[in-house]
Design a protein around this ligand. Structure first.
Ligand SMILES: Nc1ncnc2c1ncn2[C@@H]1O[C@H](COP(=O)(O)OP(=O)(O)OP(=O)(O)O)[C@@H](O)[C@H]1O
Ligand SMILES: [Mg+2]
Length: 502
C-alpha cells in the first residue's frame, strides 16, 4: 500500500493543498527515486536531499524503486518545502514510520536537519481558515510564524529524527504555543520637529497620512523633500491587526520574517532599480517593492529618474491596489495598496520656479524632464505640492517645530473617523473609496459644488481628478472633525490637485 500524506504548494500568496503518495516496488532491480507530478527544479532536486537526509539521520534507504507522486498531477508544485513530506512518506511506505494523518512542510539539509521555508504563515493561516484537523509539522526555524496562528494541531521540529520519534510516539513533544500576531509599532526614529518651517508641506503630508493619499513633492535641490518624506513613517498610524496580517503574509512569502518587531512598511527603492525589483516578476515571479510597500509607503525619490516602464507600470497598483506579475504560462496577482510619495526637481538643473536662483535648462529640457511623469500617472496622485526653499530667517529661527507625535495624534483621530465610517466595507480610508460609493459617502453643499465646477472648467480636470478632490476634501474635513464637508475643505483640496496646472 502506498503511503499518503498531505502537503501544500504555495504560488504567490495562494496556497493549494496537494497530496504526496509514496510507493515502493521492492522487486525492482533499479534502486532509485522517481518524482512525478509536475514538480519544479527544487522539487526534482528534492530526491537527492531526501536520500542523504534519511541516510544521515540513521535510516536505511529502502531497496527497490521508490515512486513519489504529487497529486493533482496537472498542478505545478513549487519549492523545497516538499522535502519533508517526501521523506516522511518514504519512511511510512518502508514501514519505519507509523501511518498517520500529518501535513508536513520543510526543506531538508543533507545531514537531516529541517530548514526554514517561505510562506509558512500564509500556509498556516490558510489551514486554520479551512479548519484543518490533522497534525501539522513545520520547521522549528519558522517557529515565530507558527506561533502566530491559532486553531491547528501544530508541531515544530529541527530534525527529521525528531519527526520520526514524534510520530512513532517514542518521545512526547509539546505542540507549538499560540502567541498571536505581534502588535504593529510606531516608527519614531526621525521626527518632524527637526524640519524648520515648511508649513505647507507638513500640512500636505499630514492630510496624506490621514487619508492614505498619494503625494508628489516638487522643489529645488536642498529644499527638504527627502528630509520630509523620510519622516512620514513617524506620523502614520500603527497598522491594524488585519493590515499587519496582510503585511506579514507578504514578508513570509519573501522570507523577511527576521524581526520580532513590526512597523508599517516604508520602502524607498533607488531609481536605478530594475522593473522586476520594483513591480515584481522574474523567473520565480517574486513580489516587488510595490507589494513590499503594501499598507505602507512607497517613496520614490528623484521620481523622473526611474525607468519609464517602471513609472508606467505603477498605474495598475495605483488604481487597483494590486499588481499582476507575469511569468511563463501564468500570472500571479499580489496585493499592492501603498501610499505613493514621490519627490522630484522641477527641471534637470533643479532651479526652475525658484525666485532666487537661475535655471540653466532650455524649455525643451524642462518639458522632457516633466514628461517622464505621464498624464495618467499624475492623474493618480492626489496631492501635488511645491516645496519651497526655507527662508533665511526660518533657518535660524529658534522656534520649535511641531513634533511628529502631535501630528500623528491628529492623523489617528481622522483615521478613526474613517474606520467607523467604512466599517463593513473592504477598505478603510478615504483615498480608497471607490467611484461607485463616492456619492453615497460624499455630498457637497451648493457653494462647494460651485467652486469645484469652476475649478473643473478652469483646469480642465479629468473625472478621476474630480473624484480625487472629493476624497481629499473628505479627509480634510475629517482632520477638522467636521461631519459636513465645508467650502474651505474643498478649496484646500482643489489647491493640492491643481498645482501641476499652474
Ligand atoms: N526645513 C528644513 N529644516 C531643517 N533642515 C533642512 C530643511 N530643509 C532642508 N534642510 C537641510 O538640507 C538638507 C537637504 O535636504 P534634502 O536632502 O531633504 O533636500 P531635497 O529637497 O531632497 O534635495 P534634492 O532635490 O537635491 O534631493 C537636509 O538634510 C537638511 O539638513
Ligand atoms: Mg532629495
Amino acid at each position: 500500500m502506498p503511503a499518503k500524506l498531505s502537503s501544500v504548494t504555495v504560488v504567490g500568496l495562494n496556497v493549494t493543498p496537494i497530496e504526496v503518495e509514496v510507493d515502493i516496488d521492492r522487486k525492482s532491480i533499479i534502486h532509485d527515486v522517481d518524482i512525478v507530478g509536475l514538480g519544479d527544479t527544487a522539487v526534482k532536486e528534492s530526491k537527492k536531499r531526501v536520500k542523504s537526509a534519511l541516510r544521515n539521520s540513521g535510516f536505511k534507504f529502502p531497496q527497490g524503486k521508490v515512486v513519489v507522486n504529487l497529486a493533482p498531477a496537472d498542478l505545478k508544485k513549487e519549492g523545497s518545502l516538499l522535502d519533508l513530506p517526501i521523506a516522511v512518506g518514504i519512511l511510512q511506505a518502508s514501514g519505519v514510520l507509523q501511518r498517520a494523518d500529518i501535513l508536513a512542510l520543510g526543506e531538508l539539509s543533507l545531514d537531516g536537519k529541517i530548514r526554514s521555508v517561505r510562506g509558512i504563515l500564509t500556509t498556516l493561516l490558510f489551514l486554520s481558515e479551512i479548519h484543518y484537523e490533522g497534525i501539522v509539522v513545520v520547521p522549528e526555524e519558522n517557529l515565530r510564524e507558527a506561533q502566530m496562528v491559532d486553531g491547528l494541531k501544530l508541531y515544530a521540529f529541527a530534525e527529521l529524527k525528531e519527526v520520526v520519534e514524534f510520530i512513532n510516539g517514542v518521545v512526547k513533544y509539546e505542540p507549538v504555543s499560540f502567541r498571536g500576531i505581534p502588535p504593529a509599532e510606531y516608527e519614531s526614529e526621525l521626527d518632524f520637529a527637526d524640519v524648520k518651517g515648511q508649513a505647507v508641506a507638513k500640512r500636505a503630508l499630514e492630510i496624506a497620512a490621514a487619508g492614505f493619499h498619494n503625494v508628489l513633492m516638487r522643489g529645488s535641490p536642498g529644499s527638504g523633500k527627502t528630509m520630509l518624506a523620510r519622516r512620514i513613517p513617524s506620523i502614520m498610524p500603527p497598522m491594524t491587526d488585519d493590515e499587519t496580517i496582510e503585511v506579514l503574509k507578504i514578508y513570509s512569502t519573501v522570507g523577511m520574517m527576521n524581526s520580532n518587531r513590526i512597523f508599517r512598511p516604508f520602502r524607498s527603492p533607488h531609481h536605478t532599480a530594475s522593473s522586476v525589483a520594483i513591480i515584481g516578476g522574474g523567473n520565480d515571479a517574486k513580489p516587488g517593492e510595490v507589494t513590499l510597500a503594501h499598507n505602507g509607503v512607497l517613496f520614490l525619490d528623484e521620481f523622473p529618474e526611474f525607468r519609464r516602464d517602471v513609472i508606467e507600470a505603477l498605474r495598475q497598483p495605483l488604481e487597483e491596489g494590486t499588481v499582476t506579475v507575469a511569468r511563463a504560462k501564468m500570472t500571479i496577482t499580489y496585493p499592492a495598496r501603498f501610499m505613493l510619495v514621490a519627490a522630484m526637481n522641477p527641471c534637470p538643473c533643479g532651479n526652475y520656479g525658484d525666485p532666487k536662483a537661475v535655471c540653466s535648462c532650455t524649455p525643451y529640457d524642462i518639458i522632457r524632464y516633466n514628461k517622464k511623469i505621464s498624464g495618467p500617472v499624475l492623474d493618480r496622485i492626489d496631492i501635488i505640492i511645491q516645496v519651497q526653499k526655507m527662508e533665511f530667517d526660518e533657518y535660524f529661527s529658534k522656534q520649535a517645530s511641531e513634533s511628529s507625535n502631535e501630528i500623528r495624534n491628529r492623523v489617528i483621530a481622522a483615521r478613526e473617523i474613517q474606520y467607523r465610517r467604512y466599517a463593513g466595507y473592504n477598505f478603510s480610508t478615504n483615498s480608497k473609496l471607490s467611484s461607485k460609493l463616492l456619492r453615497h459617502f460624499i455630498q457637497l453643499d451648493d457653494r462647494s459644488e460651485d467652486i469645484l465646477k469652476l475649478a473643473t472648467m478652469k483646469f480642465n480636470l479629468s473625472n478621476r481628478s474630480i473624484d480625487k478632490i472629493l476624497r481629499l476634501s473628505r479627509t480634510i474635513a475629517d482632520l477638522d472633525k467636521s461631519d459636513r464637508i465645508k467650502l474651505n475643505h474643498v478649496a484646500e483640496a482643489i489647491q493640492y490637485k491643481t498645482q501641476d496646472h499652474l
